[in-house]
Design a protein around this ligand. Structure first.
Ligand SMILES: [Zn+2]
Length: 119
């Protein structure tokens, strides 16, 4: 797991990761539902698609659009266990995400999504 400021600096330098932005439907959805609700959806997605040891279709389990969490996951390299390992040093093989690791992922997603919340 990484220091969040350093992580976000590295993400900003990745042309692939920095391409992801919230707009249109996903942006409206975030601001209609509110960040807390969206983060709860994120917890559900994470528990089913990302947290289990050796999740099915790893690398392809996160759609590119249609939910603010999916966009946030690609933007922050929390989309699959391969990216969690490469970007965040979270072990990939035969390892279920711990409570601390899940909280870390939620913190990363929240920090990214906060930039798109209407104030
Ligand atoms: Zn990935």
């Amino acid at each position: 797991m990484k220091d969040l400021d350093l992580l976000f600096q590295r993400l900003a330098k990745s042309s692939f990761r920095s391409r992801f932005k919230l707009k249109g439907k996903e942006l409206d959805y975030l601001n209609t539902k509110g960040l807390d609700v969206i983060i709860n959806h994120g917890r559900d997605f994470m528990d089913s698609r990302l947290a289990p040891a050796n999740p099915p279709n790893d690398g392809k389990q996160t759609p590119m659009r249609n939910h603010p969490i999916f966009v946030a996951q690609h933007a922050t390299a929390t989309c699959c266990r391969g990216c969690l390992y490469k970007w965040h040093n979270i072990p990939a093989k035969d390892h279920e995400l711990s409570v601390e690791e899940k909280e870390y992922v939620i913190k990363v997603l929240s920090k990214w999504l906060e930039n798109f919340v209407d104030t």
